[in-house]
Design a protein around this ligand. Structure first.
Ligand SMILES: Nc1nc2c(ncn2[C@@H]2O[C@H](COP(=O)(O)OP(=O)(O)OP(=O)(O)O)[C@@H](O)[C@H]2O)c(=O)[nH]1
Ligand SMILES: [Mg+2]
Length: 216
């Protein structure tokens, strides 16, 4: 029997398109950050906070991935940046082909940084690079302090881990130290920044990291 490995083919096609996307970004001098993480962990809040901190000096654009709504795209548009919303329908992750179309509609010549907010999920997006240069994974204490140890792949494949909502860690009985320890155990090279988007904690550290990585 001839078996076709459909998954492998899809991933290979995605990989090729993601490389093309990265070339498009580079031709336009745009540095891309993929923002991944669990549902409600604070991905949109992070992008909003970063626009507030570096948006006056740098041209920032965003792609907001959601299953059906345009809520995140609308939130980010209110920050005054160009945003393309992408709906995936039933899919639990963005793919490079969707991003390729979004890139065609963004004013890339005016941008220095592009944030791509993926659909809230710690599993599916891992295997689908989009063309961004770096991956930021956002988890929060409210998902439980065993979230990191249960999802090693995304921490292995990311360049920065953000542990968010530390302001409510005690209330939800979560150990931020355990989450940080787990992330470092899974990927010793991974920088981990503990944040509260609500209280503005840890955001300067993220700005420093973004500037260092993007050379901007
Ligand atoms: N207490 C607290 N709440 C936060 C913090 N960061 C975000 N939130 C709240 O958490 C909720 C979800 O935040 P979002 O930024 O929308 O999370 P998201 O990851 O973009 O969510 P999805 O796109 O739906 O997966 C919102 O009500 C935020 O106000 C934080 O540091 N502390
Ligand atoms: Mg969001």
């Amino acid at each position: 029997m001839h078996v076709i490995d459909v998954d492998r083919d899809i991933m290979e096609i995605n990989r090729r398109i993601s490389e093309r996307n990265q070339r498009v970004l580079e031709e336009n001098n745009v540095f891309g950050f993929d923002v991944l993480g669990a549902i409600g962990s604070g991905k949109t809040s992070l992008i909003e906070a970063l626009v507030g901190r570096i948006g006056k000096k740098l041209g920032i654009g965003a792609i907001a991935g959601d299953v059906i709504s345009d809520a995140d795209a609308s939130r980010l548009k209110r920050c005054g940046i160009p945003v393309i919303g992408l709906n995936t329908g039933r899919e639990c992750h963005l793919d490079a082909h969707l991003v390729e179309h979004a890139l065609e509609s963004l004013p890339l010549k005016d941008l220095d940084i592009l944030f791509i907010e993926n659909v809230g999920n710690l599993i599916c997006p891992v295997d689908f690079p989009l063309g961004a240069h770096r991956r930021i994974v956002v988890v929060s204490v409210s998902e439980g302090d065993d979230t990191v140890e249960k999802h090693p792949m995304i921490f292995l494949d990311s360049d920065l881990a953000v542990i968010n909502k530390i302001d409510i860690a005690e209330a939800v009985d979560a150990s931020v130290e355990k989450m940080e320890y787990d992330a470092k155990r899974i990927n010793p090279r991974l920088p981990v920044i503990k944040t509260s988007m609500k209280k503005g904690i840890g955001l300067n550290e993220i700005v420093d990291w973004i500037r260092k990585e993007s050379n901007l």
